[in-house]
Each structure stands twice: as C-alpha cells, then as structure tokens.
Design a binder for this molecule. Structure first.
Ligand code: BGC
Length: 756
C-alpha cells in the first residue's frame, strides 16, 4: 500500500493550484469518450443484457477478453501528470481506476471514481463535486427515500464528469467501533444497512453508471487490513455482515462487488470460493462482476476459479499470467467467458452502451439541496435535558461558539472517500494540502450559520485550545455551543473512542462555567462521553457535508425537526466492547513479533495474524442485549422536538406475516418518527438478543395519529443453518416488540410461526 499512499499524495499536490471555485454555469467539454460508436447485433435493445453480452463475447479474441479483466496500473492512471508531450495516449480520466473499452467492438471505457460520500478528486478531474454528509449520517435517516436521493446525486455527478463506474457503496458492519472507515458505512444492523445500500445503489445505477458494493467481506477494521485473517463461523457471517451484502445485492441489482484486503477463514477475500462463488454468486444471485480492492489480488487460477472477475488497479495476475492460465487450461475458457460476460452484462444493464456519458460541469445547486436535506434529517439529538433545544432566538442575547474550527468549517472523513473541499480545506492539518488521511474541513461555517439565526445577539468564537479562556467566554454568555470532533480515515483505526486532543476536558470546563452547554459532535463513529451528565444537550452531526453548518443551525433553532436515529450503539466505555483492546497488526519480523506479542498467533514468514470474531452473531446492539450491558446511547435512539405515543399492536401470522400499530404525535410540532420492530427469536434459535427486522418512518402533524403496517420478511426472521448451508425458520412463538428505539419498545405481541 506504500505506492498507493504515495500516489494519492501526488494526486493531492498536483491540483493544489487549481483548487476549485464553484462553477455555476455548466460548460460543455468535448471529450473523445467513445472511440467508436458501438455497432453490432448487440445494439438491439430488445435483447436482454445477458443476450447482448454473449453476442459481444462471440466476436472477441482472447486478448480482447483479457484486456477487460484488469487495469493498466498506477503508471497509466498517473500518466495524466506526465510532462507535456510525454504522456502516453490514454482516455483515462485519471481517478481511481481505468479499463479501456475495445474500439473495434465499441465496448465502453470503465472510468472508475471513488464515490462513497460524493465523487472524489473533483478538484483534479472535474471542477466541483458535492461533499455529501457521511454514509453513517445517511444511515441515521433510516429513510430509503433519502438513500435514493444520496445515490442518485452521486450517480449524476459521476456521469456528468464522464465516469462510468462508482467505487462506493460501503456496507461493512460496525463490529469494531474504532474502525477508521465507519463514516463511509451504514452502521451495525445488517437489515438496515443492507436496505439502505440497496436503495442507494439502485438509484445510482438509474443514472446510467455501474454501482459497486464494498468491502466484501469482514473488513471491519483498518488496522492490519492487508494481513488480518478473520476467523468467524459461517452462521455468524451469513446472519451479520454477509446479510447486509445479500440484501443490498438483491434490492439493487448492483453491477459490481469489491472484495476486500483481509483473509477470511484462511483464504484472502479475493480468492475465497465460499464468499465469492457459494454465497455471493450462487446464493445471493449476484449477476455482476467481482472487482478486487486495489492491490488485493494474490493469485491467478485460485482467484479466478474462486470467483474474482477483475483485478484492479494493475495486471500482475489477470493480464499475461491469466492469458497463460487460460491457454494451459488451468482456467477454463468457460470461466474466462463468465468473467467477461459479467462485466459486459453490467455495462449493458445500466445503459453504458446505449447512453454513454456526455461530459459536462457539475451543477452544485442540486447537491447543496440533497446534502442539506440528508444532514437535517439524519442528525441525531442524543440528549436534551429540560428541553434545552430548540433555542429560542428571540430570548438569547449572547452565545459562545467554541472549538473544532467552527468559525470556518465542518470536518470530513479521510482516505479514498475524501471529497475535495470546494475552495480548499478551510483548516488543513498538517500543512495546506490534504494528503491521504489528512484532515479536511469543508467551508460551511457553523459560527456564521448561528449568527444568521440571532442577528441581534452577541455570538463570539473561541478556538477551544485554551480551556480557561473558553470557559470564561462560556460563563459570560447565555448559551455555550461546544463543537468537538474526531477525525477518522481509511488506513487506520482510531486508537480510542475518547475525543482526541483534550476535547473532553474542554467540554467539562465549559459545562462547569455555563449550565446551558450544548455539545455538537462531528465524529466518524461513536465516542465515549464521560462528561455527558454535565451538559444539557448533545447533537451528533457526524461529518455533515457541504451544508453541514446550515443544517446544524436550523436544528439548534428548531427551524427543522430532525428525525435521526442511531444506526449503531454508543458504548459507555471501551471495556464494554467485545474486544476492549483494539487488534493491531503485529509489526516487524515474525521473531520480533513473537517477543512483542507473546500471545499473538501468526504464520511464520508472513505478516498474517489471526483475529477471532468470537462475538459471532452478536454485532452491535445484539452484543449489548446478549451480555446484559447498558449502552450510553442505544441503537435506534434519537430524540425529537416532539413526542410520540404507540398503541394498538396487531400481529398477522401466515405466509406473509405483518404487524400494524398506531403512532400518535403527542407534541406541539410536526415530526417524523422511525418506528422500529424488534424480534427476539424462540429460544431454540440460540440467539439471546433481539433483531431489528422492520421499521417504518411516519410523518405526523401535531396531534395526528397514523396506523402503520410493516411486513415481517420471513428471511429476516430466519437463522442460517451452517450444516445444511441453508436458511430456516425456527418454529415457535416470536415476540414482537415495537417502539421508538431498540431499548424503548412499549408494544409487545406474539407471532406464531409453524416452520418451513
Ligand atoms: C480502498 C477502496 C477504494 C480503492 C480505490 C482502496 O484502498 O480500500 O475502498 O475504492 O482503494 O481508491
């Protein structure tokens, strides 16, 4: 990964001069996107994508087939930066990956851009891209319509810049809450995460680009990701992390799945027959192609026969070496054709042959709108003592805004998901250029946004680096709003769940000085809050994106009624986690490792090490349920400015079981409640915890009541029988609990299930 970090640093440096200003008038650019108009019998649109793919394959040479199965490597991607006149001819747009189409047959170029929370490298290869709120913020909306808006926006901005494939759709579950990439993902509930990523990928592909779900599978931490061998039993995999992928694949028909860096039960994910062929392709019915994570291909025949279809970004295995393996019969032609078929099929299915992208500048306005809507809906109010919030603008004379660069911007997550900050980072640490993992602050100033709400009040800012000065300002103000943050990035996990840089002490000092202290968190995932009892309100805004400040201010002053609920648990302490100690990749030579980590099992002469996911099925809230631990804030928790009452639960058994119940808005404001249906399975299932199996988001005017019906999908009630390698519904009585959070379920009923 050294070369990757190095190259990303170059990426960040080159465009520095051109760091963008927002373009308001889209300008058309001529671009030789397709060398040749696609012609041939496969252009008959009445045929299915499968039939059309086979017609192309029938005319392909072996070399042409191989050419679609790998990238040209980093050198080609960075050819764009070669001195004038020396660059090799390439149509590459230069983002994360490129595979040229075949001009003779008119197959499209695969131009791939990282796009987990917006399209990356806009400052280099486009002019502007929307920095959306983080994926975990999208998940906090619990709203499939919001996930579709998020996916559609990314798809449109990809297409506008000529990209034909997204590298986004991260859905690794929050097994390890210190994972540096939680901000890209969708929380700890496999059904919630799967449904959301499915909706997002479906909408993204509707824009005519190929979607991708990643990182398949069990890549639930960054530390040691290239060497860690995850040991986990099949049932635990299928009912947790793999279930999220299964639902996402089935709901979206996504064109690509990216296999991950780590090993699972002894085999690298990208050459793991069970993961790629048995589960993904056979059981989930995935018809697209498997692309390796960047540099995650480790073999030729083993990988190809296990189900890997494309090596990225280079060709060490799936170039000449694969050709030889096909010629020698180690990889049969039927498998080679299947690999090519899957790629062409995905290209036909999203319309790349029929409607190749037409490059244009991204219009920022729709992006602002979607970014703000997602942030306003998904921000989670964790605590609100004595109705501290919303603030009454007419009664406030002074506000102290403290900490976390709130005068200039909002934080974002780092690594390959980093969206360039329009106009450059508002605060860069260190230096002024953002490298891989550096902190980037989007220019959306909470201080300015708060000032617009209270034009007649004194709103002063204190950086928060001098705790005593911050406390003095807080003491002299009616209200103190303390912004605290935790930067997270691909490539490393956070060392601890505590807020870094003494921000915890800052909160305590401010809270001691002012009884009306509101904490606004900008974090990638959960943090611990030893200070929580001393403050009056806590708002989790995650990484809120380019309109984050406006969303935060609108929520603080009650101009919108947010409805975010946690898609993951906030523990009270790291001691409560399944693995209180974060697993680290043992450094150095094996003999050194033995000395350093006497108890660490690892393989001689390699840097591989085992990590036992022995919590198994008990991911996130299930762990806390099963172990009888009380979290700081539970999965599904999120306060509103109004209140809701639940009544009249009815459970309908049968082939298509369902529940119906009434939710009433008992407060004085309109709001949206996410009603959650949690089910403990009969004891014969061996699962001592509840599963979130359904939820419904209900919009309610003050005083309004609605009866809601939620289907209970039998698949989501089933267990995976590893001996039979099949799902089964355990007969018995299923308790059904309904309410506003996984730990507040006032309605109880019973569903009798006869078994299958
Ligand atoms: C990341 C992927 C990303 C790829 C291409 C890898 O390091 O794990 O998520 O899509 O790089 O940038």
């Amino acid at each position: 990964m050294k070369s990757r970090k190095w190259s990303l640093r170059i990426l960040r440096l080159v465009p520095a001069l051109a760091l963008l200003t927002i373009v308001t008038a889209p300008a058309r650019a001529q671009f030789p996107f397709q060398q040749q108009e696609p012609k041939g019998p496969w252009m008959d649109k009445t045929l299915s994508p499968d039939q059309r793919a086979d017609l192309v394959i029938a005319q392909m040479t072996l070399d042409e087939k191989i050419s679609l199965l790998h990238g040209g490597g980093w050198a080609e991607l960075f050819a764009l930066f070669a001195p004038a006149g020396t660059a090799p001819a390439t149509r590459s747009l230069g983002n994360a990956g490129y595979i040229p189409g075949i001009p003779r047959l008119g197959t499209p170029d695969l131009q791939m851009a990282d796009a987990a929370v917006g399209v990356t490298h806009g400052s280099v290869f486009g002019r502007y891209c929307t920095a959306l709120p983080s994926g975990v913020l999208e998940a906090s909306t619990w709203d499939l319509a919001m996930a579709r808006a998020y996916g559609a926006l990314i798809g449109r901005e990809l297409r506008d810049q000529g990209y034909t494939m997204s590298l986004g759709g991260g859905v690794n579950l929050t097994r390890e809450p210190r994972n540096g990439r939680i901000f890209e993902y969708k929380g700890e509930g496999p059904i919630l995460a799967g449904k959301l990523v499915g909706a997002e990928m479906w909408a993204l592909q509707e824009q005519g680009v190929i979607g991708d779900m990643k990182h398949y599978a069990m890549n639930d931490q960054e530390n040691g990701r290239n060497y860690v061998n995850i040991k986990v039993d099949r049932r635990a995999m299928r009912e947790s992390d793999l279930l999220a992928f299964e639902i996402g694949v089935k709901d979206s028909g996504v064109g690509a799945v990216m296999c991950s860096y780590n090993l699972v039960n002894g085999d690298y994910a990208c050459e793991n027959d069970y993961l790629l062929t048995t589960a993904l392709k056979k059981d989930f019915g995935f018809q697209g192609f498997v692309v390796s994570d960047w540099g995650a291909t480790h073999s030729v025949a083993k990988a190809a026969m296990a189900g890997l279809d494309m090596e990225m970004p280079g060709n060490d295995h799936f170039g000449e070496a694969l050709k030889k393996a096909v010629e020698s019969g180690k990889v049969p032609t039927s498998r080679l054709n299947d690999m090519v078929h899957r790629i062409l099929r995905s290209e036909f299915a999203v319309g790349l042959f029929d409607h190749p992208p037409d490059r244009t500048a991204v219009d920022p306005v729709p992006g602002f709108e979607v970014a703000q809507r997602v942030a306003e809906e998904g921000t989670v109010l964790l605590k609100n003592s004595d109705h501290q919030l919303p603030l009454d603008a007419s009664a406030i004379r002074s506000i102290a805004v403290i900490g976390s660069h709130a005068d200039v911007g909002v934080l974002s997550g780092g690594g390959s998901a980093q969206v360039d900050a329009a106009g450059g980072s508002a605060e860069s640490t260190p230096g002024s250029f953002a490298g891989f993992g550096d902190q980037v602050w989007h220019r959306s100033s909470p201080l300015k946004a708060i000032r617009t709400k209270v034009p007649n009040a004194k709103v002063e800012f204190n950086k928060g680096t001098d705790t005593a000065a911050a406390a003095r300002l807080a003491q002299a103000s009616d209200i103190a709003v303390v912004f605290v943050s935790q930067h997270t990035s691909e490539g490393a996990d956070v060392p601890s769940l505590a807020l870094p840089e003494k921000q915890g002490a800052l909160v305590s000092a401010v809270a001691a000085a002012n009884p009306h202290t509101i904490v606004v968190l900008e974090t990638g995932g959960p943090v611990i809050m030893p200070w929580v009892d001393s403050v009056s309100a806590v708002l989790e805004s995650w990484y809120p994106g380019i309109r984050g400040a406006q969303a935060i201010a609108n929520i603080l002053f009650g101009e919108v009624n947010h409805s975010g609920k946690l898609p993951l648990t906030f523990p009270k302490a790291e001691a409560d986690l399944p693995r209180p100690e974060l697993a680290h990749q043992p450094p150095g030579r094996p003999e050194d490792m033995k000395a350093l980590f006497p108890g660490t099992p690892f393989k001689e002469n390699t840097r591989q090490f085992d990590l036992d996911y022995d919590e198994g099925l008990k991911v996130g809230y299930k762990w806390y349920d099963a172990e009888g631990k009380t979290p700081l804030f539970a999965f599904g928790h999120g306060l509103s400015y109004t209140t809701y009452a639940y009544s009249d639960l009815k459970v309908t058994p049968g082939q298509s079981p369902a529940v119906s119940f009434t939710v009433k808005n008992t407060g004085a404001r309109a709001g949206a409640e996410t009603a959650q249906v949690c089910v403990p399975l009969p004891s014969a299932a061996g699962e001592p915890f509840r599963r979130l199996v359904a939820w419904e988001k209900v919009q309610l005017a003050p005083g309004e009541a609605k009866t809601v019906t939620a289907a209970l999908d039998p698949h989501y009630l089933s267990i995976f029988n590893a001996d039979r390698d099949a799902w089964e519904l355990v007969p018995g009585d299923y308790q059904v609990h309904v309410g506003g959070s996984s730990r507040e379920t006032p309605l109880h009923g019973t569903l009798a299930v006869g078994g299958n």
